[in-house]
Design a protein around this ligand. Sequence first.
Ligand SMILES: [Zn+2]
Length: 533
Amino acid sequence: MTWSLLIKNGTVVDGSGAPAVAADVAIENDRIISVGPNLSGEAARTVDARGLMVAPGFIDIHSHSDLVYDGCPSAESKVRQGVTTEVVGMCSFSPAPIAPGRADLVREWTSGLSTRIPISWETFAQYLDHLRGLGPSVNIVQFVGHGALRLATVGAENRPASRDEQLGMERLLLAAIDAGAFGFSTGLVYAPSVYGSTDELIGLARSMASRGGLYFSHIRGEAATLEDAVKEAIRIGEDGGVPVQISHVKASGRENWGKMDRVLRMVDAARQRGLDVTGDVYPYPAGSTKMDNLLPGWMHDGGIGKLLERLADPGARRRAMQDCLVDGERWRTGSGAMGWDEIMIATCSRPELPGLHLAELARRTGKAPADAMMDLVLEERAGVSMIVFSQSEDNVATVLGYAHSMIGSDSLSLHAGPGPHPGKPHPRSYGTFPRVLGVYCRDKRLFSWETAVHKMTGMAAAKLGLRTRGLVRSGWSADLAIFDPATVADAATFADPHRHPIGIPYVVVNGQVVVDGPRFNPLPAGRVLTPGA
Ligand SMILES: [Zn+2]
């Protein structure tokens, strides 16, 4: 018997949560053929994993890489963390479906999150074909964004969907699920998803319930409205008859930090009623999103063009300040009230700005901070992203340790490779999974290796209904992350984010060695996965 790849002498942490065992792993093409002690057989290649842990490839349960696969199909910053599958189409954003003539609306809508997406598709099926053609190095689980469904039917306006538009959204959702989508996501603080009512979302959930669709929710506020927003997400699952994932569970703004325990008890109570409600989290006390999300919902009504008009209008600016300024010095949004020194510019077209806090930008420009922020969003035509330091470290650990939380980076995959790397994006693009392993498992002992790996693999695969991924088991897909428990660590920081982690010497995607010691091989090893595959 000749195997294509044999991993010898490692400690297998199989992803189920079961105790680690000393075992070899034999792979033939894209499958695991055998797992056991002292396997003997010929192999085209043998990797000595002495001292290393052999885990299933990590599943990033919440990612935004679909906004950058065109420029970065290798997903290097993710794969180097051990990620072999990314779940994308999150927070209401997905590149498809697009109604005829509305590609520009979609380009504008995603402009603050990504460089422009070269749209050459309309239907979800056409988009997935495009994705396959890119030859990604990771497996991709794609959701439909509620924002895309709305732009394709209602448009960018702040109004309820008509009966016909609701049916139109449901038709597009079902067509996407037929093509390979796993369900839909909301971003109920982002236009136009924020304009959707609870009933609209229950309708969408019901329409996909019999097809096994999943609802992934960036909820309607993670600050003052946190508890109501969690209640709404659970209700959409309950009334719609679908499983729910609460995305990037957090309490934003220090006045809301005390709510986290109550939120987790709400999830427990829903689970006790038999609902499949789970969550995900990234291991940092800061989030990142488009800076225009600091502006109130009414300013976004009608799309980016209208937003820019309002930003140029002194009356609209005054009204925004009345809505959002607290005590003249903090800015209150759906993410809570924040000081200007808690908001950092992450990426924009001007290379000298990323890394600056808005307080510093105000000092340098001699403007009031709110004006400095609104001028920047206007000058950059909303193409500016930020990092917001609004969460507590204690809550991050609480949610990581929660029995029903998985790991999702909430980030884009970026490649370091050679060449310049612009901006100061959130370090979670490079460090999420090794940070959980190194800081929270090894150093803080928040959980065992088996539990840490389970949250990154088997638990996520079960949620998604993936039948052959998330475990190291004979007959399963050969996705593996092989790491050194003594050294695995994130290296990316807020000041210096473009740094790959250490201690993850091998990553195998469908049997192909993509991370091979110091080498990164951007092979087209990934697949666009479909439900049940
Ligand atoms: Zn989100």
